[in-house]
Design a protein around this ligand. Structure first.
Ligand code: AGP
Length: 546
């Protein structure tokens, strides 16, 4: 997925790039900007502002920060992409599903400069512009292209910025003398006054002569979103968890009556999420059975199947960003009135699709790794279930104390050893098993170490064959179990072992305290390896393409 931004009015190039920087969580392989009469500047790597002498005045600009989907990370593949006749410059978030057919049909002998699907769309626009007006050319292109897209483009010697979108988020905003467009609301500048999410299949132009096919109402933009430029932000976000948990605990209007009613009347719960949100979903499914005494199953979005076997399920949709394309796709034909969304961004695509929203109140999570939002999601669900069952006492206070104890006695010898390892296994049981799997994801995505999470005894059913002196097994325990026997079996095969006990043995949140260990281990191991934990290679904060 990528981030796109456009501005029309009177501004400096760096004003646009500052807004684009807020979309870096969507990808940071390369960036670029086209401005005024289709001048283009682009670079590989993270967004860098122009020097003062290059910080030119602009009246219109489109810009893009890229997460490579089609074509490797290179200057040629960086956006904006230009048509061969130089008429069209374009930035695109999405994936063109019928690129081959289009090339065959329209551009049989054409030499493309890049290996991106976006250049094909730029070429197609230029093709139709030879015989149509810009808006007619847009409609022709929308008839031809297949797939999710949000596209901004400019035409040489023309004073507007054009757009078209389908199933990839695009927001429009304005104030008395400027227009703005962005992949999501967080990139709109504070001086914006009104905004709205554009509907699918909408198109139009902003600039000298505004036209919007989507005539829905604009909303007041009262968004004072303070955005830090991330540097070493993951560790800060981990240590916000104590305060955030207490913020949730003390919030008395987290859940609507409708949400509580859905939970109380649910016969089954289907929980859906990707990555860390999937593991949060698995943890929540265990709590469904333990607290609500209801059947629950967690699914990856692409594995959601046979749900009509359940009678009238309630869907818990888990997504920090609210923009995960796999998830948006998966719930396309699910009854949205039977969905409850747990998200950190209620002003997101999923936040627009689902009315019953639980805001996990984690605040801006800028590091690619989900840490505080993972913990907050589980605590919010825990509170919802306790509330639904009218259970008054809760474990949040002890959970917070447990986090504080880990902060004070975290041992750095673990990351030092892991940095040398070929592979790592986390093992745990029950809720600790889910945290083992989440810990494995953290170590893979932040420290690039092959890692798996296993239920304790499962290690003996095959993976024990992998144990050698360059393997470390870390036991995670918040409950009484036979962990030590398994760790001894690893040690007798020359594997390295650690045993991490939760300082809090709570019934539901004791396991979640262990998340602090796995988050710190991934962070410090990455640092030990000289990596940037906030911006791991190949990844982006939210995966807005399938
Ligand atoms: C977690 O650390 C990863 N960044 C990733 O797995 C993430 O959890 C996943 O992409 C889901 O994102 P979402 O919660 O925004 O839907």
């Amino acid at each position: 997925m990528c981030g796109i931004y456009a501005q029309f009015g009177s501004f400096k190039l760096n004003d646009a790039l500052e807004c684009l920087k807020r979309l870096e969580y969507r990808g940071y392989d390369s960036f670029g900007i086209s401005y005024n009469n289709n001048e283009i500047r682009k670079r590989v790597g993270r967004i860098k502002l122009f020097s003062e002498e290059e910080n030119y005045d602009a009246i219109r600009a489109i810009c893009h920060t890229r997460w490579a989907t089609n074509g490797e990370v290179s200057l040629a593949n960086a956006h904006p992409q230009m048509s061969s006749d130089g008429k069209v410059v374009l930035v695109h978030n999405g994936v063109l599903e019928n690129e081959g057919i289009i090339k065959q049909t329209y551009f049989k002998n054409h030499e493309f400069k890049s290996s991106t699907d976006s250049e094909v769309i730029a070429e197609l626009l230029a093709y139709f512009l030879r015989s149509s007006s810009p808006l007619k050319a847009i409609l022709d292109v929308m008839d031809v292209i297949k797939g999710a897209y949000a596209i901004l483009f400019m035409i040489k010697d023309d004073n507007n910025i054009y757009f078209m979108k389908n199933k990839s988020s695009l927001i429009i905003g304005y104030n008395q003398n400027s227009y703005f467009m962005a992949s999501d609301i967080y990139a709109l500048p504070h001086e914006c006054s009104y905004y709205k999410h554009l509907t699918d299949k909408s198109y139009g132009r902003i600039g000298a002569d505004v036209f919007l096919s989507d005539e829905s109402r604009f909303l007041n933009f009262d968004f004072n979103y303070e955005f830090q430029t991330p540097n070493d932000v993951m560790i800060k976000e981990i240590y916000e968890e104590e305060l955030l948990a207490l913020k949730l605990k003390n919030n008395n209007n987290l859940f609507s009556n409708k949400t509580l009613e859905l939970i109380r009347n649910a016969s089954e719960l289907i929980i859906i999420g990707s990555g860390s949100s999937f593991y949060a979903g698995e943890y929540i499914s265990y709590m469904c059975e333990d607290i609500l005494k209801k059947r629950a199953r967690a699914f990856l979005p692409t594995e959601l199947r046979n749900v009509d076997l359940y009678d009238n399920p309630i869907y818990l949709v888990i997504s920090q960003s609210g923009e995960t394309a796999d998830l948006i796709n998966a719930i396309d034909n699910v009854n949205k009135d039977r969905c409850i969304l747990f998200t950190n961004r209620k002003n997101s695509s999923l936040g627009n699709m689902i009315k019953n929203v639980v805001d996990v109140l984690a605040g801006a999570e800028l590091a690619v790794a989900s840490t505080k939002s993972f913990n907050q999601t589980i605590i919010a669900a825990y509170m919802l279930f306790q509330n639904a069952m009218d259970i008054k006492e809760d474990e949040i206070g002890e959970y917070v104390e447990g986090l504080r104890k880990i902060k004070n006695n975290f041992e750095m010898k673990i990351p030092k050893l892991l940095a040398e390892m070929d592979k790592v296994f986390y093992i745990g049981q029950g809720y600790d098993y889910i945290i083992s799997k989440e810990g494995a994801l953290k170590l893979k995505e932040i420290a690039y170490i092959p890692t798996e999470g296993y239920s304790i005894s499962e290690l003996k059913h095959g993976s024990l064959a992998l144990i050698d002196s360059r393997t470390t097994v870390i036991g995670l325990s918040s409950i009484k179990n036979y962990m030590l026997a398994t760790l001894n079996e690893v040690k007798s095969r020359h594997g390295n072992i650690f045993y991490l006990e939760s300082p809090y043995k709570g019934k539901y949140l004791g396991g979640l305290v262990l998340a602090r260990y796995v988050q710190l281990i991934s962070y410090y191991t990455a640092k030990e390896k000289g990596l940037d934990p906030d911006h791991p290679r190949n990844l982006a904060k939210s995966v807005t393409v399938i």
